[in-house]
Design a protein around this ligand. Structure first.
Ligand code: FAD
Length: 463
């Protein structure tokens, strides 16, 4: 039957497209329905455009700051039309790549909004499609704030913030989570005066406190004004400016060119979902370790199935759901989901923070290594940062690795494998790391935990 499938996936973001491709690889007849563009938030509004803008900003900063190494350029200028054209082409290429992978894996896809009729039936426009399994991968969207209505010009959400139409001289960012701090870095690099306010007493959610505090110190040195325990009580659009009233540790009313609301994301679910009787948790769909809901044959993956709201978590869940549908033994294990923040320097973490490990009842040991003692950091003039390992005192198992460091995104894979494979801190210390690399800092932190790092003073020094 033409409209009958082994599985229908609603949403073609990282979760949905990964599920679709894996189902295709496993020989299942399947259909992916996407209402906007394949690739979802990640390719079109999130990971990819934000990292492209961060890179552009980094080049501009380097062009300004390499004078002390004898390199001078003229003052860098940015042509937004050219940048946006380049960024759109990058996104088009990525989206096209998903289409090609779909064809290679015999995934059928249609453009349209899926509405759930029942657990085996989906409607798109006037067409009805039936399936043995339903995978909901409908993602998430920015949380708006009451009385701060997005207008795309002066009051922005993250979708507007990646679509640079003009460069603000000043921007107020509400929220010091990953998205808020990445945009703070983008706009600072592009020359804006950046203020970030956060209601909590710390940044970056449940990131290891010492690490988020270290990052904030560095960002403040770069001139990004971050104020914790401060909320934006109200905003008023005044022509091309916005006046914002801040309350808390910072009490002031000031005008900005733009206000970016980056206070988190909320799940997005398809119309008709209520007909399924799914168990929900604050709007997110509840799933088990196979990513199955309480209704047999209905799966949920990615942002709509709860945190962490990360593309690689969504992709893994997509693969797990596909394999479970195909009858393979698969399960999602969130033991070491890495998390990267593309600030300058980057933050990358995997496993338990010091606070989480203590709360879980571990007696912990901690090893730290500061980048000031790392040769590779000297070679690029970026010595602000720290790498930290949290170990289990009883077994020496690696519980968590946390870094504020250039290239942290590349270093964190080692930590993920160490945790997944049940490595001890000693294993990391004993492994020869190439010199000079940023990766050496993980080895040195491991050695420091046992009091035998070579390039720092260990206390106590071990025989
Ligand atoms: P989504 O990417 O949200 O995709 C869901 C798709 O479903 C959408 O395309 C939507 O159009 C479609 N859809 C919804 N309802 C229907 C329907 N009824 N019918 C048909 N289609 C429907 N994560 C990282 O891991 N690393 C990063 O560096 C990173 N940076 C980010 C930067 C920003 C600015 C933002 C906003 C997010 C970032 N993220 C990052 C998060 C990441 O983008 C998401 O976690 C990821 O996209 C979630 O994937 P998903 O498949 O669950 O959902």
């Amino acid at each position: 039957m033409a409209n009958t499938y082994d599985a229908i996936v609603i949403g073609g973001g990282p979760g949905g497209y990964s599920a679709a491709i894996r189902l295709g690889q496993l020989g299942k007849k399947m259909l992916c329905v996407e209402k906007e563009r394949l690739g979802g938030v990640c390719l079109v509004w999130g990971c990819m455009p934000s990292k492209a803008l961060l890179h552009v900003g980094e080049v501009m900063v380097q062009a300004r700051e390499l004078k002390d190494r004898g390199i001078t350029f003229g003052e860098p200028k940015i042509d937004l039309a050219t940048l946006n054209k380049w960024k759109s082409k990058m996104i088009d290429d990525l989206v096209g790549g998903i289409g090609t992978l779909f064809k290679l894996n015999k995934v059928e896809s249609i453009a349209g909004t899926a509405e759930i009729v029942d657990k085996n039936t989906v409607k798109v426009g006037s067409e009805t499609y039936t399936c043995s399994n339903l995978v909901i991968a409908s993602g998430s969207e920015p949380i708006p704030l009451p009385n701060m209505e997005r207008n795309g010009k002066t009051i922005l959400n993250s979708d507007d913030a990646v679509s640079l139409t003009d460069l603000p001289k000043s921007i107020l960012i509400l929220g010091a989570g990953v998205i808020g701090l990445e945009f703070a870095t983008i706009y600072k690099r592009l020359g804006a005066d950046v203020t970030v306010v956060e209601m909590m007493d710390h940044a970056l959610g449940d990131t290891d406190l010492e690490i988020s505090q270290a990052l904030l110190r560095i960002l403040k040195k770069q001139g990004i004004n971050v104020h914790l325990k401060t909320k934006c009580a109200s905003v008023e659009v005044k022509g091309s400016k916005v006046s914002a009233k801040l309350e808390g540790e910072l009490n002031e009313t000031r005008e900005y060119d733009k206000v970016l609301v980056a206070v988190g994301r909320r799940p997005r679910t398809p119309k008709g979902i209520d007909k399924l009787g799914l168990q929900m948790d604050r709007g997110f769909i509840k799933v088990d370790d196979k990513r199955m809901t309480n209704v047999a044959g209905v799966f949920a993956i990615g942002d709509c199935a709860g945190g962490p709201l990360l593309a690689h978590k969504a992709m893994k869940e997509g693969v797990v759901a596909a394999e479970v549908i195909a009858g393979l033994p698969a399960a999602y294990d969130p033991m070491a989901v890495p998390n990267c923040v593309y600030t300058d320097p980057q933050v990358a973490t995997a496993g338990l923070s010091e606070e989480q490990a203590k709360a879980a009842g571990y007696e912990i040991t901690v090893g730290k290594f500061r980048l000031a003692a790392l040769g590779r950091a000297r070679t690029i003039g970026a010595t602000d940062g720290i790498v930290k390992i949290v170990g289990d005192k009883k077994t020496d198992l690696v519980l968590g690795v946390h870094a504020v460091s250039p290239m942290a995104e590349a270093m964190i894979g080692e930590a993920v494998i160490a945790i997944e494979m049940g490595a001890t801190v000693e294993d990391i210390g004993l492994s020869i790391h190439a010199h000079p690399t940023f990766g050496e800092s993980i080895m040195e932190a491991a050695e420091a935990l046992h009091g035998k790092a070579i390039h720092i003073a260990n206390t106590p020094v071990k025989a």
